[in-house]
Design a binder for this molecule. Sequence first.
Ligand code: SF4
Length: 405
Amino acid sequence: MSPTYYIKTFGCQQNESDSERIAAMLESRGMVRVNNIYKADRVIINTCMVRQMAEHRVYGTVNNLVINKLKNGLPEKIIVTGCMVGMAVRDKTGNFLRLIKKRMPYVDEFLPIEEVGFDHEPVRSDIITAWVPVSNGCNNFCTFCVVPFTRGREISRPYDEILNECRQLIKKGFKKITLLGMNVNSYGADLVAGAENVQVLRDWHKTYFGKKENISGKVIKNYSLNDGRLVKPVYVKHLNRLRIPTLFPMLLEDIASISDLETVNFISSNPWDFSDELIDVISRHGNITRSLHIAVQSGSNSVLKRMNRWYTGEQYLRLLDKIRGKIKNVRISTDIIVGFCGETEKEFNSTLDLAKRARFYKAYISMYSDRPQTAAHKVFKDDVPHNEKKKRWQILEDLINGTKK
Ligand code: SF4
């Protein structure tokens, strides 16, 4: 009999997508999926660290598996992967690895997700919609966010590899594609400029374009696609900045142009890379989603500054106006954190004010959760009492998600 496996996935769509590739890797070795975690020979736990609660759920799952193993002998092997392992391999002190080994002593293997490549066709969980990762990691270092420490710096997949995967999916009968990236609309900056350059920069001053060298002395080459086209750097005008050169508008347009593709969606977008070019591409193609998710996190400029988010509430609202002006029937959803370190009543009221003006279709509201390694953890105090966080969460939840328009 073939050995069996079960994958338990916590967290975001990127983790769901990674689990599809883990399944492909296991099936290429002759393993067969089972639907009961307690009947599998091998259990893989794909972890999330975005909030403390997610981490606790991982410890609970492992404990239950160990109890089952002591009673029934299964699973033979427990493997932990995903964000917790990502954090462990990137923490040079070794403290986090020691901590998770201590808390989960019966885990047989801690598998870095980078060891699961793109060599096998993912075992997809849906036959209509396919997730296609375009990049992994993030360079933005928002002070509350653990992603740059769990997934590392942003690395983009090759343009043609993504495009070919999408074409193959449509040939196989998939109708909908969701492009995934932690900062999906900065896709390709590392391909154009070299990862080591992009990773130390947020914006490029205008003068770096058109010159042969950038600040680290390397020659900037335009990115040449297989068909000979060259990428042009994208100027994010609502922020009056020259952002790192992204390929995302071109990639999205090429994918939307594949015949028989009904819908292409993309998550997660950030305001600072939502360029005019991207808005134009969306408006030109009816099969690109009209449900846009653009994280705002706070409506208070002082909180945004502490979060290391580099836009103001006003700039964010101007972006929404621009999008609504060019794309008909668009619905905008967002992410908001309440109770971030030092958030005053007044600052929270600024978020309420923005929420009223932004006319969000939906918001994913979370209470701030202190995460290891992050700048907020090191520099600020998680000083908004839990009850106050809960109160603010409820007020916003009622305002945005309470009565559906
Ligand atoms: S852009 Fe998103 S993934 Fe990147 S650090 Fe900020 S919140 Fe985290």
